[in-house]
Structure formats: structure tokens, C-alpha cells
Design a protein around this ligand. Structure first.
Ligand code: ZN
Length: 147
């Protein structure tokens, strides 16, 4: 928790790299203790340890973009290198690169999403900045209002 402050007071800097490392590990960017996720790719509304709000996050499709960027830059050179060196039949390519691509993507997507949410938190993007005039997204676990 950050100390109380009066309006107009400068917000304290947040350590971007420490926050992103915590997010990469699936931990709260604020305290590093509570889990950032409530499911594989569902970000929790609040940290269970320090109660920091996460429902402001808007990672959107940035995690998928970075996963494609990284996995593509790992797998494509390997495909080319194996093709140039051994020219194996296509079934060998398929049985190597499809599982590798899917596996790498599944391994990377949660840490990358955690790091992106933590980056948004550290830079006080969207609702993570209490002074932001942007309307705040509603937490997903609020009770449903029925008439
Ligand atoms: Zn926390």
C-alpha cells in the first residue's frame, strides 16, 4: 500500500524492472507475494496479499503479439537451419516445429502477460493512475444486478 497523499501531490516512482520480474513470475507487481492470476490467463481483480487492484489492466492482445514475435524469431531460424543442413522430409519438419511452436507459446504467454500487466501498473497506465481521467473498468467479480 502506498502512503496517503493529498491531491496534486506527485505520485512516487515505481521500479519498472522489479515489477515486470514479479509479473513475469505471476506475482503481484506491488508486493511480489500474492498471485497476479486467478486462472491461466485471467488476471485477478485484486492481490490476495496486499489488496492492490489489478482490474484496471488492459493487456488486451499485447501478450499474444509478443509471444508470436518471440516464438517466430526462435522457431523460423531453426526451421531454416535444419532445412539447409539436412533437408529432411516435411513430416520431420511438422513433427518438430508444430509441437515446439505450441509448447513455447504456452510456456511464454502467462509470464509475458504478467510482465505486461506489471508494466502497466508500474507506469500507472489506464486505471492504475488514480489521477487519470480515463473511466475505470468495472471489476469482473462484482455481483450481477438483476431486476
Ligand atoms: Zn500484492
Amino acid at each position: 500500500m502506498e502512503p496517503d497523499r493529498t491531491e496534486g501531490m506527485e505520485l512516487p516512482e515505481r521500479d519498472v524492472w522489479a515489477a515486470m520480474l514479479r509479473g513475469w513470475r505471476g506475482r503481484c507487481p506491488n508486493c511480489g507475494q500474492g498471485s497476479l492470476f486467478r486462472a491461466f490467463l485471467k488476471v485477478a481483480d485484486h492481490c490476495p496479499a496486499c489488496d492492490e487492484a489489478f482490474h484496471h489492466e488492459r493487456a488486451d492482445d499485447a501478450p499474444a503479439y509478443f509471444v508470436i514475435l518471440i516464438v517466430g524469431h526462435v522457431v523460423v531460424p531453426m526451421v531454416v537451419a535444419v532445412e539447409v543442413a539436412f533437408a529432411p522430409p516435411y513430416w520431420v519438419h511438422l513433427s518438430l516445429w508444430i509441437p515446439l511452436t505450441i509448447g513455447l507459446s504456452l510456456v511464454l504467454v502467462q509470464p509475458i502477460k504478467g510482465a505486461i500487466v506489471a508494466l502497466q501498473w508500474a507506469w500507472r497506465m489506464h486505471g492504475f493512475n488514480p489521477d487519470d481521467a480515463e473511466p475505470l473498468p468495472v471489476p469482473t467479480r462484482q455481483p450481477v444486478q438483476r431486476k
